[in-house]
Write a protein that binds this ligand. Structure first.
Ligand SMILES: C[S@@+](CC[C@H](N)C(=O)[O-])C[C@H]1O[C@@H](n2cnc3c(N)ncnc32)[C@H](O)[C@@H]1O
Length: 221
């Protein structure tokens, strides 16, 4: 019985969390959550798709009790992925990096709101207004790239540059996770180790593809 109540409480908390991002999206006054930024394109992943993707990675042993290491959300937009991760996997450190100052400010506000409501512990999340492909972003803040377990990205045209960065600067086992509605996207810079389809149960399926350059702790396709 208690697990039923805990399930209901979790659904209610996720609804609250999603509501914060829906209101933040609505506050921009745009009909669609999409716009050009200085370095790419902002388009928002539905919160429930992110939740499903993170749960899938937990089931695959990549998040949750899986290998240690922090997570980098490369191009965090309004901070929704760090928020879902801090809610689902609170022991893991997450860095959300965004170059667009308006989105960065929005992400800071959203995470403060969630923290104030007791939905996440914002101390586990660090948001940076910076370029995720610039090594000084990490060096100047003492972020050890060789401790990076997972790099998330919603491809907006910069994914190959990011894949090269991961290949050159991170460990062979660092997993680049691309979550995109473009189900035909291919990357040559790293090897694809697995993929899964995820959806929020109502909209189209999204493709979660996992890439790395090493063979350590691999998951089968
Ligand atoms: C498609 S949006 C995804 C936003 C968010 N991750 C989500 O799923 O809702 C990609 C974001 O990456 C940002 N971006 C692109 N290149 C970047 C770079 N080199 N450094 C930091 N942010 C970047 C863009 O400004 C944009 O907000």
């Amino acid at each position: 019985m208690s697990s039923i109540y805990s399930g209901i409480r979790k659904r209610a908390a996720l609804k609250q969390l999603a509501g914060v991002f829906e209101r933040s999206e609505a506050s921009t006054g745009r009909a669609l959550p999409i716009r050009k930024t200085g370095r790419g394109i902002w388009a928002a992943t539905p919160v429930r798709v992110i939740e499903e993707a993170c749960r899938t990675l937990k089931d695959m042993g990549i998040l949750g009790g899986g290998p240690p290491g922090h997570v980098i959300d490369a191009g965090t937009g309004d901070g929704r992925l760090p928020a879902v991760l801090a809610w689902l996997d609170p022991s893991r450190l997450v860095y959300g990096i965004e170059s667009d100052s308006t989105l960065y400010t929005q992400a800071v506000t959203n995470l403060h709101t969630l923290d104030a409501r007791g939905l996440i512990d914002a101390a586990r999340v660090t948001l940076l207004e910076a370029d995720y492909c610039d090594v000084t972003t990490y060096e100047t803040r003492g972020i050890a790239l060789d401790q990076t377990g997972v790099v998330f990205n919603y491809p907006d045209g910069n994914e190959r540059q990011l894949a090269r960065f991961v290949a050159e600067r991170c460990e062979p086992s660092t997993m680049l996770c691309l979550l995109t509605h473009n189900r035909t996207l291919e990357l040559d810079e790293l090897e694809r180790r697995a993929y899964r389809d995820v959806s929020d149960g109502t909209g189209p399926r999204w493709r979660l593809s996992l890439y790395c350059r090493g063979v350590a702790s691999m998951v089968a396709e």
